[in-house]
Structures are given as structure tokens and as C-alpha cells.
Ligand binder design. Structure first.
Ligand SMILES: Nc1ncnc2c1ncn2[C@@H]1O[C@H](COP(=O)(O)OP(=O)(O)OP(=O)(O)O)[C@@H](O)[C@H]1O
Ligand SMILES: [Mg+2]
Length: 198
């Protein structure tokens, strides 16, 4: 994928083109959570609970809403947001060990770090090798200690993250608990990609 393609697709995702009418209440809740987070960002950015996480089923708008926050932070508030799609991002880190430290440093220092699809499962099994967990922990712990915001989407609820790595998962929880939504239920109602099937 070319970088320009990612950014063009990315920039189209906003609050205005996220629909809530006719959707289950939890989707409205996710929208409100994301919108309130953006509205409160400047006020909370240095606090312990300065981060957001949208968790749960595929196709429910997690990436859309966090990207809407990212676009608004970047273009309206001039806040730097680094996008790290978990699977592709780790492939990229693995492919070029020479640049590993430099790339990790950028993830640690960005104004806001957006990790999309943390531990994204393959065939139902979360992807979390020891190396992936170790690197993710180093980045998140640095940001935790320095009060730097994160935005995280994942199919896994917090309790399943705790099973993978308690130290990592509980830091994420502590940072995000003010802005945390878990989207679970009937996939035919929740998955936007299946919307026209029923
Ligand atoms: N409420 C909505 N209104 C308009 N478009 C939506 C809505 N929810 C999702 N979409 C669109 O549906 C597609 C899937 O949404 P998105 O990628 O945000 O889901 P996700 O929860 O991140 O899924 P996954 O876990 O598979 O990554 C995207 O093209 C997104 O723009
Ligand atoms: Mg997604």
C-alpha cells in the first residue's frame, strides 16, 4: 500500500460521515465517547486518564471513530498523531531492524499514538508473540510514565488482554478507563459491513 493511499482513505473518515440512526445504542455510545474525547482532549491530555480505547467486534466503526479523532486533532488542533496498524506495523518493524530503535522512539514520543487492531486475532487466536508484547509494552510503558495519550482499537476486551500480558493491559486500562467502549452483540446489527444483509 502506498502511503498516499492510506492517508487519502484515512482523511475521509470523520464524525460527520459516521451514522448512528437505526444503529444499536452501543454504537451511539461509541460515537459519543469518541466525540467527547476529542472535545475534552486539551483539558485532559496531561492527566492519568488521557487516552481512549474502542474494543469489540469487527466492522463496528472502531477504526472509523478513532481516525475521526486523529483527523480532527491533526487538522483542527495541530496535534501530531502517529498511526500504527498493529499487524502491518510489526511486519514493517521486523523487516528493517536497522531502523527499529528510531521507529520505536517515534512511537514513544509522538503527541498521540494510535494503535489500530492491537493483538488482532488470526483464526480466533490473538497475535501476540513475546517480541510483539515486549516492544508494545516498552512503548506503552514509556507513554504511561510520561502521561502521553494513546488511542487503541482492538477486538479483545480488557480481560482477554490481561490474559496476554497483565502489566501491559492494566496500563492501557488505567489510561483509557474514562473513555472506554466495548462493542459486543449481534453481528448482523453491529457490523456495518453486513448492514444491507438484513
Ligand atoms: N456508523 C457508521 N457509519 C458510517 N460508516 C461506518 C459506520 N460504522 C462503520 N462504518 C464503515 O464501515 C467500515 C468498517 O468500519 P471500521 O473499519 O471502522 O470497523 P472496525 O470496528 O475498525 O472493524 P475491524 O475490527 O474489522 O477493524 C468502514 O468503511 C467504516 O467507514
Ligand atoms: Mg479496524
Amino acid at each position: 500500500m502506498k502511503f498516499s493511499e492510506i492517508t487519502e482513505e484515512f482523511r475521509k473518515l470523520g464524525f460527520k460521515n459516521f451514522r448512528t440512526e437505526g444503529k444499536p445504542e452501543v454504537i451511539q455510545g461509541a460515537y459519543d465517547c469518541a466525540y467527547n474525547y476529542f472535545q475534552s482532549f486539551e483539558e485532559i491530555r496531561e492527566q492519568r486518564q488521557n487516552s481512549i480505547t474502542l474494543l469489540g467486534q469487527p466492522g463496528t466503526g472502531k477504526t472509523h471513530l478513532l481516525t475521526a479523532i486523529a483527523n480532527n486533532l491533526m487538522f483542527k488542533k495541530h496535534v501530531g498523531v502517529q498511526y500504527f496498524p498493529y499487524v502491518e506495523g510489526f511486519n514493517d518493524l521486523k523487516d528493517d531492524f536497522d531502523k527499529l530503535e528510531e521507529k520505536l522512539a517515534r512511537m514513544k514520543e509522538a503527541d498521540v499514538l494510535f494503535i489500530d487492531d492491537l493483538f488482532k486475532p488470526a483464526k480466533g487466536v490473538p497475535r501476540a508473540t513475546d517480541w510483539q508484547v515486549e516492544q508494545t509494552y516498552a512503548v506503552i510503558n514509556h507513554r504511561y510514565l510520561n502521561y502521553k495519550p494513546i488511542m487503541i482499537s482492538s477486538e479483545l476486551p480488557i480481560d482477554q488482554m490481561v490474559e496476554i500480558d497483565e502489566a501491559l493491559a492494566t496500563r492501557i486500562y488505567e489510561m483509557c478507563k474514562q473513555y472506554l467502549v466495548l462493542i459486543q452483540g449481534d453481528k448482523f446489527q453491529l457490523n456495518h459491513r453486513l448492514e444491507d444483509m438484513t
